[in-house]
Design a protein around this ligand. Structure first.
Ligand SMILES: [Zn+2]
Length: 773
């Protein structure tokens, strides 16, 4: 018997547009507990009135189930995605800094939570009850203030820590290593000067750019210059340190060839900022112009950075520009262990696992000394990214990959990344703790982090684009009346060397009704959680199992909704909670991503790289990655289509005469339909027809006509907005490189396996019906 099935493929682009129409341009005021914020894709302004802005914390649901049983029944993950240094738009107030002098911030005696809007003042203002552990504390004498007739302190509006969701405290010496104020952080640029990098012109490109970038290092608000000191190391099989002390006439090179026992051969004169650095950058490309050395070391390079920071008693970041697998005889030497035969077997996980030993210990050392590692990799073949990126991914660093790098086609793309990275707002030597009110607690953490114990999240550094995902579990019953509170406290060193505490508070609702939970869900946050938990799970389990878990949990969450919350309807109909209408399209897209799809056609390094990048992403980044923006640029009459509104990510939306832009935060394509009007091609490329278009073009020529100006401004606007640079790839319909583009049409059947959106919905629907019978 054939049962008619009613499945509505909800449109993600419509959901995004509707939210923009409803909440775009509005002010989101954070004074209400458990209020679900607008979507990450919506343009809105935040006014902090007691809860952290959704730019800092987003949750999978803003109404927690009261009991562990309910949580288990619905299987909706309870998690928060925290981006402690998120950039704020110019029209939002930067965080206030509270300074209590030598006494430091006021904290609950029992649970150590910091003073915040959830502390209830009683007893005429002499005592306060902690909202997290209920302990009643004496108010320190210096902090005493009378209460008004509402029971609120009369200085409520004058103290950020009483009225705001987010603020900072100046930390006292108790919060500093060895009770000493920290030194300002340092940046060390470490350049692989082996044969290929010199020959390709990469070393010269880097050195030229650094001369300019040294002037643009991040500086504290209101300061004229950056406090960051800078050092330079070049290396191949051996390391070269440079003394740039200002009393010298020339930079001095010191070579360390014993890479087994790494040390820094100079203390004074290494970390500086002066004119000699510029002279050195001028000289480096020439110094190695005749090199024949092609072997490199890698672990000793990181070790050298750690030793330099230790010696200078500061934290900081290493920028490593590296191109090949480290095969020279030294600690951390790697062998090619890529093996496509492992794909789709139980051993596939080993391709994602880093090699144990040297790098594991290095991560530990780096975190202990506040040494963040950023890796700019320029590989021409397999380099074992799973291992090479192990230290960056545990120290809050980033890994950038430029395969088969050529200065002409990739140079600008790389430099955009480097400029963004060097200038990012960032905190160093950080330790984060998430406290919760009684009844639930943080149990699991995902991100570019390191954990020595089960509660303290350590990060050598954390920048404005890094997000940590925190999972919560019940340990008791939550109360509908008091709700659930969380406080994220991040102790860190600023770019000028001040020790600070950044506090983000958020209050959620609790309910014994599952319908409340489903109503308060946030699909974009849910998918961030699922992406990270799946990407961690593939380190230990076969991919097939991980994909099964994802589908089962999807079906389970939706079946539970149908059973307990939806109004009765025909079994043939697929019913989705309003807040999760497009959840399946994201889930299906996640399952088709390179790390989760077992295909021998994908590069092992690309898969490992994507896995690690996603682990440190916030909600905006995972949303965009899993549902790319496909923007039609040309309308019906071959005219520019404005505004440039994205359409469904599906082949169905492409037209032979169309021109489309696609971007997902990592890649960007300009797709040209085979019947594109020659006039448009002329306007965009200054070429008579599509056939004249050469491959490898990576930017549009600057032509003086409306279409060219508009398209280039859309592209540069996107490049400005995203945290990474994207290389523009221009593809013609039906050309071979079009395959690269098609894999991003996430509603269609996957190129390397994986269902179309419609097929996935049908499959999930069948599973739901099975669960309900
Ligand atoms: Zn407490």
């Amino acid at each position: 018997m054939n049962v008619e099935i009613h499945i509505n493929c909800y449109e993600t682009t419509q959901v995004i547009e509707d939210d923009q129409v409803k909440q775009g341009g509005q002010v989101f005021t954070t004074n209400i507990r458990g209020q679900v914020p607008p979507l990450v894709t919506t343009d809105f302004t935040v006014t902090d009135q007691g809860n952290a802005s959704p730019r800092f914390i987003r949750c999978t649901t803003y109404s927690l189930p009261c009991t562990a049983d309910l949580a288990k029944q619905c299987q909706v993950p309870l998690a928060a995605i925290i981006k402690p240094f998120a950039s704020l738009p110019k029209n939002e107030t930067p965080l206030y800094v509270v300074n209590h002098g030598d006494t430091g911030p006021v904290r609950c005696n029992r649970c150590k939570a910091y003073m915040c809007p959830y502390m209830q003042f009683i007893d005429g203002g002499r005592r306060y009850q902690c909202g997290f552990c209920n302990c009643v504390n004496e108010v320190p004498v210096f902090y005493f203030q009378h209460l008004d007739h509402m029971g609120r302190r009369v200085d409520f509006y004058e103290r950020p820590e009483l009225s705001l969701g987010s603020y900072e405290f100046v930390a006292t010496l108790d919060y500093c290593k060895n009770n000493k104020p920290p030194n300002p952080p340092a940046y060390i640029f470490m350049i692989d000067v082996s044969y290929n990098n010199i020959k390709s012109g990469l070393v010269k490109l880097i050195c030229d750019e650094l001369k300019t970038l040294l002037e643009k290092l991040p500086r504290e608000e209101g300061m004229d210059t950056s406090a960051i000191k800078v050092g330079f190391v070049t290396y191949n099989k051996v390391l070269h340190f440079y003394n740039v002390k200002s009393t010298l006439a020339q930079p001095q090179m010191m070579v360390v060839s014993d890479t087994a026992e790494m040390f820094v051969p100079l203390l004074d004169g290494f970390l500086r900022q002066n004119s000699l650095s510029v002279l050195l950058l001028d000289q480096i490309p020439d110094m190695f112009a005749d090199t024949a050395e092609s072997e490199t070391v890698f672990a000793p390079v990181i070790q050298a950075g750690v030793e330099a920071f230790k010696a200078a008693e500061c934290s900081g970041k290493l920028f490593i520009f590296h191109s090949s697998m480290p095969t020279a005889e030294a600690p951390g030497k790697l062998k090619n262990r890529d093996d496509k035969k492992l794909v789709n077997t139980d051993k596939e996980k080993t391709l994602f696992q880093p090699q144990k030993g040297v790098y594991e210990q290095l991560s530990k050392d780096c975190v202990a000394s506040g040494c963040c590692v950023d890796l700019f990799l320029f590989p021409s073949q397999y380099t074992d990214i799973a291992t090479m990126a192990d230290v960056p991914s545990h120290t809050g660093g980033s890994v950038y990959k430029y395969s088969n790098f050529q200065v002409e086609t990739d140079g600008e793309h790389f430099l955009r990344d480097l400029r963004k990275d060097v200038q990012k707002s960032i905190g160093f030597d950080a330790i984060m703790r998430v406290r919760t009110s009684t009844g639930f607690r943080a149990t699991d953490f995902f991100g570019g982090i390191y954990m020595n114990n089960t509660t303290d999240v350590e990060m050598a550094a954390v920048d404005c684009d890094k997000g940590m995902t925190v999972e919560f579990k019940h340990d008791d019953t939550l109360s509908e009346e008091t709700g659930a509170l969380m406080q994220c406290a991040l102790l860190y060193t600023t770019i000028s060397g001040q020790r600070r505490l950044r506090i983000h508070n958020l209050s959620l609702n609790c309910s014994s009704q599952l319908s409340e939970l489903y109503k308060s869900c946030e699909t974009d946050s849910l998918i961030n959680f699922f992406a990270k938990s799946a990407y961690r799970a593939i380190l230990n389990q076969p991919l097939k199992n991980v994909r099964e878990i994802l589908v089962n949990q999807t079906a389970h969450m939706l079946a539970c909704y149908r059973k307990n919350c939806a109004s009765p309807s025909a079994a043939s109909q697929l019913i989705l909670p309003d807040a999760m209408k497009v959840f399946p399209v994201y889930m299906n897209s996640l399952m088709k991503t390179a790390p989760l799809v077992g295909s021998t056609e994908l590069s092992t390094d690309d898969r490992a790289h994507q896995r690690l990048s996603v682990m440190a992403m916030g909600v905006e980044d995972t949303q965009l990655l899993l549902y790319p923006r496909l923007i039609p640029l040309v309308g019906n009459k071959n005219t520019l289509r404005l505004p440039a509104t994205p359409v469904r990510c599906s082949e169905e939306r492409l037209t032979d005469s169309g021109i489309f832009l696609l971007e997902n935060g990592q890649s960007m394509f300009l797709w040209l339909g085979q019947a594109s009007s020659p006039d448009l091609i002329q306007s965009l490329f200054n070429l008579p027809s599509l056939a004249h278009l050469q491959g490898h073009m990576c930017a549009l020529p600057e032509l003086d006509n409306p279409l060219s100006r508009k398209v280039r401004s859309i592209i540069s606007g996107l490049l400005e907005k995203r945290s990474n640079s994207m290389k523009l790839q221009i593809v013609r319909q039906k050309d071979k490189p079009e395959m690269l583009f098609r894999q991003f049409l996430v509603e269609d059947k996957g190129l390397h396996g994986g269902a179309s959106y419609m097929d996935f919905l049908c499959y999930v629907h069948r599973e739901i019906r099975q669960l309900l019978t």
